[in-house]
Design a protein around this ligand. Structure first.
Ligand SMILES: [Fe+2]
Length: 245
């Protein structure tokens, strides 16, 4: 299993408080069968530069270097017009790929102008946004048309494991997985108390409720993402750095 959305790097954001907590989170991931974790600390372009973020991320990752679990560096980047000041977004993408885990602003409505901004980001930087935890945006979660619109732009749709575990949200989440509206699941784990690693429990439920083939597809997508390979034909608009395309 690969966890493509974690906040295990210490001292970066509201994730692991220190190296000890990061270590406990890593052990927990390993116990659940996670073989690779993508570290996606928050990057907010309104609060600092990519360069500053990279320095901090490098320092945090060095602190975890001695641990066994392979870690891949990335970010969870908050979408903002300030991103357009950069000549490249490669350093905040998942390492050696064009996949960028993108957090959307939490607003009630999403206009054509907002969609055009995402499209511009894709066209200018040749990136593939992974829309982080789509269940957390009210304008999006209950609106299949909006989900389809993001997918038609070439975006990858991610939900958190907790949304499957949570009985209130499970039905919609499973329905969306069956219908192909969800591409990948991440733990979005932040700590060992309120938001611990929990990927395995979500997959146990998915397998029981709708079948192993859906687990396999979601896990294969995570595998393809970290290798920089397209996961759907409509996510193939651009050459992915480091891949055969
Ligand atoms: Fe996150």
């Amino acid at each position: 299993m690969i966890d493509i959305h974690t906040h295990i790097l210490p001292y970066m954001d509201d994730g692991a408080k220190n190296v000890e907590e990061a270590l406990r989170m890593i052990e927990c991931l390993e116990e659940q069968g996670v073989q690779t974790a993508v570290c996606t600390p928050h990057f907010d372009p309104t609060k600092g530069s990519i360069e500053e973020f990279m320095v901090q991320r490098e320092k945090a990752s060095l602190a975890l270097k001695t641990f066994r679990l392979p870690l891949i560096l990335g970010s969870e980047t908050l979408y903002d017009d300030l991103l357009f000041q950069y000549s490249s977004l490669d350093h905040i993408c998942i390492h050696n790929t064009k996949y960028l885990l993108l957090e959307l602003p939490y607003q009630d409505q999403w206009s054509d102008y907002d969609f055009e901004g995402i499209e511009r980001l894709i066209n200018l930087y040749h990136i593939i946004p992974i829309i982080a935890h789509i269940e957390r945006y009210h304008f999006l979660w209950k609106n299949k048309k909006h989900i389809k619109r993001f997918m038609n732009l070439g975006c990858v749709m991610q939900i958190n494991a907790k949304t499957i575990i949570d009985k209130k949200k499970r039905k919609t989440a499973l329905h969306y997985i069956e219908k192909g509206f969800i591409d990948v699941i991440g733990s979005d784990s932040h700590n060992m108390s309120k938001r611990p690693p929990n990927l395995k429990y979500a997959f146990v439920i998915i397998e029981k409720e709708i079948g192993k083939s859906y687990c396999d597809r979601l896990q294969e997508n995570a595998n393809l993402i970290i290798r920089g390979i397209r996961i759907r034909n409509d996510v193939s608009r651009f050459m992915l750095r480091g891949s055969e395309f």
